[in-house]
Design a protein around this ligand. Sequence first.
Ligand code: TXA
Ligand code: MG
Length: 329
Amino acid sequence: MIKNADTNTIREAAELIKSGELVAFPTETVYGLGADATNIEAVAKIYALKKRPHFNPLIIHACDLDMAKQIASFDERALLVANALWPGPLTLILPRCPNCKFTIPDITSAGLNTVAIRVPVNRIARDLIEQSQLPIAAPSANISGGTSATTAFHVADSFGDKAPFILAGGMCDVGLESTILDLSIEKPAILRSGAVTIDDLVPYIGTVSFGSPSEKIKSPGQLQRHYATNTPLRLNAVDVKKGEALLAFGKTQFVGHEEFGFAHDMPPAFFKNLSKEGDLHEAANHLFSYMRDLDKAGASQIAVMPIPKKGIGIAINDRLQRAAVQDTD
Ligand code: TXA
Ligand code: MG
């Protein structure tokens, strides 16, 4: 059931969280499927509804740094980053905090000795956390492995008649999941790229690397097919083949469409442009929504034009590459 977020519905949603139920809610990145992070049965409902493997831990959402400090241990580095970049689309991996107010059960963090935590910008998300007075565990509100949700309608579409209470708050600003920064180790590492880039982090923590898959894998969700459409994707396309839909970026007049002419002459349902102006933030904002639209267009494949690998473009390419991995079974 979709409910427009207002004072009453946020209060209603907070009561549901307190009583161990699920609530989908908007954040600035993507919609989250939330539950009381301290309640084993409530968190189990997230895994069940999402069909998420239990080895893949969840991100815990706090309403501010004070609450976050009652969940995880912050060293000097973590405080510096959190003070500078929270609230914002940045998740920190930090050591658990044994004597903190909130005890995070193993199910929430998949038995790891660290927790993933962030303070979202979105006012609705923070009001919900504040009113429930609980940290909220929330993965993206979609079936595991599928395309993330950036509108309340996407959430409803993902879960069908099993959809939980959905707080609607328009389209997500960023449109891609948060950057994940591991600060539980000596050398900070980015485990998932997002709107907060290495350049944003360097002033606070110096050198940052990308977590390499050869190390102990800290984000189990990182390697598998993810964000996937049912229709296969063909990346870095410079033309469009018969039967293909096109996910374009920037100017399209030189992208030939076999037997049709230019890309912009294609049937409207087969054509989406992430950003005509070539603006990477606009492209990120549209990505999941347009992937979902083209997936429903009945095309045999989706050709995706090259997208520059700079700034948030790194995160866009990351999501597209994972979505393009074919099922191995
Ligand atoms: O933007 C976001 O982060 C969204 C919104 C709802 O806040 N949430 C989100 O959650 O993307 P999810 O569950 O789809 O992604 C969580 C990622 C997974 O890749 C998981 O493996 C990683 O965080 N993760 C969680 N806890 C971790 C930990 N202790 N160590 C390393 N990775 C962790
Ligand atoms: Mg996800």
